[in-house]
Design a protein around this ligand. Structure first.
Ligand SMILES: C[S@@+](CC[C@H](N)C(=O)[O-])C[C@H]1O[C@@H](n2cnc3c(N)ncnc32)[C@H](O)[C@@H]1O
Length: 189
C-alpha cells in the first residue's frame, strides 16, 4: 500500500509543476537550524517564517523547542508563519498540530493558537503578501470556528498530513528531536 508520505510527495511534485514552488528539504532546514546560536532556543523566543509554505521550518522549530523541554503549548505560542497560499497555510497548521499530537492531546487552546499565529494573507486584503502585513497577528477566530476545526481533528484530519519523512537521511534527528526513530507513516522502502 502506498504510504501517506508517498501520496503527499506525488501531490507536491504535481503542484510544483504548476506553481514552481519548492519547499526547503528537511536536511537543509536542520543544517540551518544547527547553525543558530543557543540563545534562540530560550523559552519565549519567537520565530517567524514570512513565507512559511507548508511549514518545513516551523515544524522543526516547534519540535526542537519541545525536545529542549519547553511545554508543547508554550512552544506553539512562539511559532509564527504567514503565506499567500491558503492550502499551504491549511497544511502548515495541521502539521504543527500533528507535531503537538506526538506529545499531548490536541485541545481547543492549540487550535486558537495556530489560527492566530499561522495566517493566510488573502490577496484582496494584502496584495503583496508579507510585504503588506503589519505582523500584528491579532486573533480573529470565533468559538464556532474553533469548535468546527476541533471536530475535524477528532474526525481524523491530522492523518492527511505528513511529517518530515521524505528525507530518510536524517534519522538521528527523529530520535534526538521527536524521541522516536521513525514516523508511523514513514516510507518502508
Ligand atoms: C519556496 S516556498 C518556501 C516555503 C518555506 N519557507 C520553506 O522553506 O519550505 C515559498 C512560499 O512563499 C509564499 N509566498 C510567495 N510570495 C509571498 C508573499 N509576497 N508573501 C507571503 N508569502 C509568499 C508561497 O506561497 C510559498 O508557499
Amino acid at each position: 500500500m502506498e504510504t501517506l508520505s508517498k501520496i503527499n510527495k506525488k501531490k507536491r511534485e504535481k503542484r510544483k509543476k504548476k506553481t514552481a514552488e519548492v519547499f526547503t528539504p528537511n536536511s537543509l532546514v536542520n543544517e540551518m537550524l544547527d547553525k543558530l546560536p543557543e540563545e534562540v532556543w530560550e523559552e519565549g523566543k519567537t520565530y517567524l517564517d514570512p513565507a512559511c509554505g507548508n511549514g518545513n521550518f516551523l515544524i522543526w522549530i516547534l519540535a526542537r523547542k519541545i525536545s529542549k523541554g519547553h511545554s508543547p503549548k508554550e512552544a506553539l505560542k512562539t511559532v509564527y508563519g504567514i503565506d499567500i497560499k491558503q492550502d499551504n497555510i491549511r497544511e502548515c497548521r495541521l502539521r504543527l498540530l500533528k507535531i503537538i499530537s506526538l506529545f499531548e492531546d490536541i485541545e481547543k487552546e492549540h487550535i486558537k493558537i495556530i489560527l492566530t499565529n499561522i495566517k493566510w494573507l488573502n490577496s484582496k486584503k494584502w496584495p503583496n503578501g508579507s510585504l503588506d502585513y503589519d505582523m500584528s497577528f491579532k486573533a480573529n477566530f470565533n468559538q464556532a470556528g474553533v469548535d468546527r476545526y476541533y471536530d475535524t481533528i477528532l474526525a481524523g484530519e491530522l492523518s492527511k498530513v505528513d511529517l518530515p519523512v521524505e528525507d530518510n537521511d536524517i534519522p538521528e534527528k527523529y530520535e534526538d528531536i521527536f524521541g522516536i526513530q521513525e514516523f508511523p507513516d514513514a516510507d518502508e522502502d
